[in-house]
Design a protein around this ligand. Structure first.
Ligand code: HEC
Length: 288
């Protein structure tokens, strides 16, 4: 021991111990990386990373495209509303998409599903046309009815879905366009537990790769857009994803714009503070 200390000096010895620690840390770090990747590939052998939807609301300059949001509302109304509720959104919120009050009233009144109410004469349960102040009506009376109609799976409420899932907009877009692929036979042979059970559908973007939702958007032209845009499956998926990004965060555009204004203000403020600092200390520094 004394010999080593004499040979290296105390400093050299400390450096040696430090290097030892660094080596152990590095080794364990590399080791976890490897095992995580291995675990992931075992769990997600048939799973794919979500593809970006490239929406106008992406990025720090993101903003909503009202024409796209209106098309997305149309896809939701004509396709998704049969199974999925939007319980946190009221018809009157649609004025943010550029509709007038009269148009919002008409959209509410013409909605296929009505709002539950009570017949004032008999006191029995009934329904009435929706008003602008109503939330979007739910397609099923309760979860039991929803399960009965959907192979024992409850279609989740979509109001916040793009916030409730990691990388939400990319996930929803990928899920909608991800049907119709076949699982890799070699990976499936290794992981037979991922084989698609009867009544479910393979979709590599769903976390467990098999889900109870039949492909909702299957054919180009399934929706006839009021603004004449060609309704490919990809376009409809993007539009409804943009709409669901709006329902989850209607103030997204205002938030991003406020952020930019704050950064602009801070840059000017830093310049002013720097100028003040320079001018206050100028004479004092000269005296030294
Ligand atoms: C026929 C009924 C039906 C229609 C129509 C339908 N869905 Fe679904 N959806 C379901 C069911 C059932 C599930 C739950 C699947 C599961 O958990 O296995 C689901 C799940 C989802 C999920 C996944 C949620 C999660 O947990 O990650 C999203 C996103 C979704 N639907 C979006 C849509 C969109 C957007 C539309 C319209 C283009 C649509 N769905 C149309 C029945 C439907």
């Amino acid at each position: 021991m004394r010999g080593i200390l004499n040979f290296l000096g105390v400093k050299g010895f400390a450096v040696l111990i430090g290097l030892g620690f660094a080596f152990v840390l590095l080794f364990s770090f590399i080791d976890t990386l490897g095992s995580e990747a291995a675990e992931k590939s075992a769990e997600y052998a048939l799973h794919k990373e979500a593809r970006e939807a490239h929406l106008p609301s992406d990025g720090p300059l993101g903003r909503f495209d009202n024409a796209q949001l209106q098309r997305g509302l149309q896809v939701y109304k004509e396709v998704c509303a049969a199974c999925h509720s939007l319980k946190y959104v009221a018809f009157r919120d649609l004025t943010a998409l550029g509709y007038s009050d009269a148009e919002v009233k008409a959209i509410a009144a013409q909605w296929a599903i009505e709002t539950p109410s009570i017949n004032p004469e008999t006191g029995e349960a009934a329904t009435r046309p929706n008003l602008a102040a109503d939330r979007f009506p739910k397609p099923f009376a309760n979860d039991v009815a929803a399960r009965a109609a959907n192979n024992n799976a409850v279609p989740p409420d979509l109001s916040l879905i793009t916030k409730a899932r990691e990388n939400g907009p990319a996930y929803v877009y990928s899920l909608l366009t991800g049907y119709g692929q076949q699982p890799d036979p070699a990976a499936l042979a290794d992981h037979p537990e991922f084989a698609t059970p009867e009544g479910l559908y393979y979709n590599p973007y769903f976390p467990t790769v098999n889900l109870a939702m039949a492909p909702p958007l299957t054919a180009d032209g399934q929706v006839t857009y009021a603004d004449g845009t060609t309704a490919t499956v990809d376009q409809m998926s993007k539009d409804v994803t943009a709409f669901l990004t709006w329902t989850a965060e209607p103030k997204l555009q205002a938030r991003k714009q406020a952020g930019l204004a704050v950064i602009g203000f801070l840059i000017i403020f830093i310049a002013l503070t720097w100028g003040a600092y320079k001018s206050i200390w100028r004479d004092i520094k000269y005296q030294q």
